[in-house]
Design a protein around this ligand. Structure first.
Ligand SMILES: Cc1ncc(COP(=O)(O)O)c(C=O)c1O
Length: 409
């Protein structure tokens, strides 16, 4: 049989990550990943934008790069430049913006141009699991620095930088998610940002700023981006439309000066990010982005309130968390005897998916009692039912909460 003749297992390169499991379906109570609210996807607006832009310039799909070059569709880059100037205080031209296939591609590109095995990077001790996995795969040394209620701790960062300097190590970058941190959902103050920028200069270490959730701050104006507080190239900035419009569009952006950008373009080897998505998004966002995210924020805040109420009802004081400043996640701490990796496995058998804290921390053991819950995707009633099921599973295995969810009612 042909299948036996071609056993790819023998041919695979030896340093591949583990094989993927086959996808079956989303669990009913899906609190993992960064999925968004289904009813908030602006379907009608996207249909209208698609019709308008395709009628006007659909024939430009005949070219790679839509007559806009490798940085991406120019009207979308112009929109991003205006948005970054207005919201984040970043003064950059459309020619300093690269449209990427999600901000994940931005992460990969920056890592590919900067990191070799054995290099060192500094990241927040609680951080995006996808960033940790990538860094591990690259054979990079990861130094985790504590996060407090104001985001990345500047005093701990200084200690880490001093320690590395003493050992003759210059980290390649400091990776931070300052605005609606993942997973803690804190928003770093401008004063803290200034301290971190100061350390970046003092120790000659660039900052890699990930602003995936910056459009989803509940109240008031968001602080300036780190990139918006400096006039030099110290900060590489990435952002995304995944959390503001829809993750399946796979569109994000990267801001960098030409010396770095020209090297990044040299390895962005996909022939350009999805052109139709870029055209539709540019057309839609020009007039509708602001009002769309205003409404989305209200929807997400409502869902967060439902999740908080469900946790208080089902877990009582056993579940500890801060009220997030924005975003789509709640970062929860359970009592010491709970192992959330085990809880994740058991909960999945009851149709409840959660992200265990160990995957969101540089020191996996320190995340054992933590879990991350995404409240954006499930409808409100599903959030209530899912948290009730989670409490039942947790009570059965760990006697947490002390009374079963049913007795609570
Ligand atoms: C902090 C952070 N950065 C980047 C990403 C990647 O997002 P995307 O590739 O959809 O833009 C995520 C996804 O959840 C994230 O949480």
């Amino acid at each position: 049989m042909a299948a036996e003749l071609f056993d790819y297992a023998e041919l695979l390169r030896p340093d591949l990550p583990p094989a993927a499991a086959r996808w079956t379906a989303f669990p009913k109570y899906n609190f993992v990943g960064g999925h968004n609210d289904a009813d908030s996807v602006p379907v009608e607006g996207l249909i209208a934008a698609a019709a308008t832009v395709l009628k006007r310039e659909g024939s430009s799909l005949s070219t790679y790069g839509l007559q806009s070059g490798p940085l991406g569709y120019r009207p979308l880059r112009e929109f991003v430049a205006r948005k970054l100037a207005n919201d984040a205080g970043i003064a950059c031209s459309p020619d300093e913006i690269l449209i990427t296939s999600g901000s994940l591609q931005g992460l990969d590109l920056v890592n590919q141009v900067l990191l070799s095995p054995g290099d060192t990077v500094i990241v927040e001790q609680m951080t995006y699991g996808g960033a940790i996995t990538r860094l591990k795969r690259l054979g990079v040394n990861i130094v985790g620095v504590a996060v407090d209620h104001d985001g990345l701790s500047s005093s701990r960062l200084k200690t880490a930088l001093d320690d590395l300097k003493r050992r003759g190590i210059r980290p390649k970058y400091i990776y931070t998610i300052p605005t609606v941190q993942n997973p803690t959902a804190t928003v770093m103050s401008e004063a803290r940002r200034a301290e971190i920028l100061g350390l970046s200069v003092d120790y000659g270490v660039p900052i890699f700023e990930d602003e995936c959730y910056a459009d989803l701050v509940w109240e008031g104006a968001r602080p300036r981006a780190l990139r918006g507080m400096v006039s030099d190239e110290r900060v590489i900035h990435i952002g995304s439309f995944s959390k503001s419009i829809a993750p399946a569009l796979r569109l994000g952006y990267l801001v960098a000066g030409w010396p770095l950008m020209s090297r990044i373009l040299g390895i962005k080897s996909d022939g350009g990010s999805g052109a139709l998505e870029q055209m539709i998004l540019a057309e839609y966002c020009r007039d509708h982005f602001e009002s769309h995210v205003r409404t989305l924020r209200k929807t997400l805040r409502r869902k967060l309130d439902v999740m908080i109420e469900a946790l208080r009802t089902q877990f009582g004081a056993a579940a500890e968390f801060d009220d997030p400043a924005g975003g789509i996640f709640l970062w929860v701490k359970l009592p010491e005897n709970v192992d959330t990796t085990r809880l994740m496995q058991l909960a999945l058998q009851s149709g409840v998916a959660i992200n265990p804290g160990a995957e969101w921390m540089t020191d996996a053991a320190a995340g054992q009692t933590r879990l991350r819950l995404c409240f954006a995707h499930p409808p409100e009633q599903v959030i209530r039912e899912g948290i009730a099921r989670l409490a039942e599973v947790c009570h059965r295995e760990f006697a947490v909460p002390a009374r079963s969810a049913r007795e609570h009612r």
